[in-house]
Design a protein around this ligand. Structure first.
Ligand code: ZN
Length: 212
C-alpha cells in the first residue's frame, strides 16, 4: 500500500469539474456517504481547480471506520418497569458487579443471535404476542390497583446495532418498542428461566471484556 503524504500530487476525474484534473493530497473533513456524520481531518485527494474532495486513499479507511463507530445512535423506548428488571436481573446473573454497559451488550448479543437465526426470528412475533398476553392477564388478575409504571430504556448503539434493530423490526413487522420488548423476552427465556443457563459462561467472558 502506498502511503501518501500531504502535498503529494496525483490525477483523478473530478465529478464537480467533470474532467480529469490534477489533485493534491490534504487533510479535509469528509461527510459519510449516507450523510449521517463527518469524518474529521482525513487525508484526501483534493481537486486543484475546485477544491472538491475527489478521492480518499486506502490509508484513510481505518480513520473512517473509527469515526463511523463513534457515531452512536440513541435507542429509546418506554416499556413496562418489570421488563427493565428482567434485563437488570439477567445482567446481575452474569456478573453481580455489572455496569449499565452490560445491559446494552446483552441487548446487542441477543439481537445479533436473532439476526443469525432466521427461524427463531420468524417465530418471534407470535411468541412475543403470547408472552405479552400472559403478562397482561397476570396484571388483570392482580387487579387494577396494581399500576405498572412505564420506564425509559435508553442506549447509545452503534450504527451496526441500529441496522440490526431495523432489520428485526422489518422481519417481524413490529414497532421499535415491541421489537425491543421481544429481545427482552428472549433474554428472560434464555438467562432467567433456566436453572443453569447454557450460554452463561460465554456471556461472563463477554462481561469481563465489556466491564474492563
Ligand atoms: Zn474539481
Amino acid at each position: 500500500m502506498k502511503l501518501y503524504q500531504p502535498g503529494d500530487t496525483s490525477n483523478a476525474i473530478c465529478p464537480d469539474c467533470g474532467k480529469l484534473v490534477s489533485t493534491t493530497f490534504a487533510y479535509r473533513d469528509v461527510p459519510f456517504d449516507d450523510g449521517t456524520g463527518v469524518v474529521k481531518g482525513i487525508l484526501a485527494a483534493v481537486c486543484d481547480e475546485c477544491e472538491a474532495v475527489v478521492s480518499i486513499p486506502a490509508q484513510s479507511t481505518p480513520a473512517i471506520r473509527r469515526a463511523r463507530e463513534a457515531a452512536d445512535i440513541p435507542l429509546e423506548v418506554s416499556i413496562p418497569a418489570p421488563e427493565i428488571e428482567i434485563i437488570d436481573a439477567a445482567a446481575y446473573r452474569i456478573d453481580p458487579d455489572a455496569t449499565t454497559r452490560l445491559r446494552k451488550s446483552l441487548f446487542a448479543f441477543y439481537l445479533q443471535r436473532l439476526r443469525h437465526d432466521e427461524s427463531a426470528a420468524g417465530m418471534l412475533r407470535r411468541e412475543f404476542e403470547t408472552w405479552n398476553a400472559a403478562k397482561i392477564e397476570q396484571r388483570n388478575r392482580v387487579g387494577k390497583a396494581v399500576r405498572i409504571p412505564q420506564r425509559r430504556l435508553s442506549f447509545k448503539i452503534s450504527p451496526k446495532t441500529d441496522r440490526d434493530v431495523q432489520w428485526l423490526m422489518k422481519a417481524i413487522g413490529m414497532n421499535k418498542t415491541d421489537t425491543v420488548r421481544s429481545v427482552i423476552m428472549e433474554i428472560e427465556r434464555d438467562l432467567l428461566a433456566p436453572k443453569a443457563p447454557n450460554g452463561l459462561r460465554h456471556l461472563q467472558d463477554i462481561a469481563a471484556v465489556v466491564n474492563a
